[in-house]
Design a protein around this ligand. Structure first.
Ligand SMILES: C[S@@+](CC[C@H](N)C(=O)[O-])C[C@H]1O[C@@H](n2cnc3c(N)ncnc32)[C@H](O)[C@@H]1O
Length: 225
């Protein structure tokens, strides 16, 4: 299992009943049982091919008694009250929001949601605010030079001094990558007079300023440690 899935797993409270939505290979479900973290896992996928791969891996790992495999679209694979924690990893942020919005009656029965969006993580954050979840913690993981964001949502507010993400050795690299991506957008917009005077241009420039301030703040903080 790679560090992305390990980082997700580290957020799962011990003894919880977990749903792994879009399980694909089933690796997260398998590790959650093997490491004795989850009591049981409902591992679901919309497509039968990945589900068949998961079934094979789960059997080989000998955890088939603790993992319930289900074919289904999003949270429709679940009944209300079956799990305490929902994990959705490796999908786009917009799809994650759709999956959650389509089954708010299931969302209403869980305490924690762990999301690892492949893009537009700001949409996931906005979903949390709109649906009365707190971002309890966050972390970063790097695999093959790509940094992934893992967002841990909770129904209850627990104030943290500092998130795992802010303390992550990947944090500065993550912020720099974001700045570089936005800078490329700004540079290409500069070529067009209309784009250069648009609200979007100003918005992206402001985002870059904010990110640079965060980077400075974090660099100063870690220099003092
Ligand atoms: C890229 S894989 C990610 C697998 C795994 N969660 C991970 O992070 O390594 C995405 C999986 O989500 C499944 N999927 C996509 N849309 C889905 C949906 N609406 N409901 C359930 N599964 C879905 C796909 O079939 C695929 O197996």
């Amino acid at each position: 299992m790679d560090s992305r899935l390990t980082t997700i797993m580290n957020f799962v409270p011990k003894g919880s009943r977990v749903a792994d939505i879009g399980t694909d290979h089933g690796y997260l479900a398998i590790e959650l049982i093997k490491k004795n973290i989850a009591k049981f896992v409902i591992a679901s996928d919309k497509n039968s091919k990945p589900l068949a791969a998961a079934q094979k891996n789960i059997k080989e790992a000998g955890v088939e008694n603790s993992v319930d495999l289900r074919l289904g679209d999003g949270l429709k694979a679940l009944k209300a009250g079956e799990v305490d924690v929902i994990c959705i990893a490796g999908m786009g942020g917009a799809l994650m929001c759709d999956i959650l919005n389509t089954s708010l009656e299931i969302v209403a029965t869980v305490d924690k949601i762990i999301l690892q969006p492949m893009n537009v993580s700001e949409r996931v954050r906005q979903w949390a605010v709109d649906n009365h979840f707190y971002i309890e913690d966050e972390d970063l993981a790097e695999v093959d030079d790509i940094i992934y964001e893992i967002i841990y949502l909770s129904r209850t507010f627990n104030e943290l001094q500092s998130t795992r993400k802010a303390n992550s050795p990947l944090y500065n690299k993550f912020i720099k990558t974001k700045i570089n991506k936005l800078q490329k957008v700004v540079d290409s917009m500069t070529k067009s007079e209309t784009a250069k005077t648009s609200d979007k241009y100003t918005e992206i420039e402001n985002q870059i300023i904010e990110l640079k301030a965060k980077l400075n703040e974090n660099t100063n903080r870690t220099d003092c440690m």
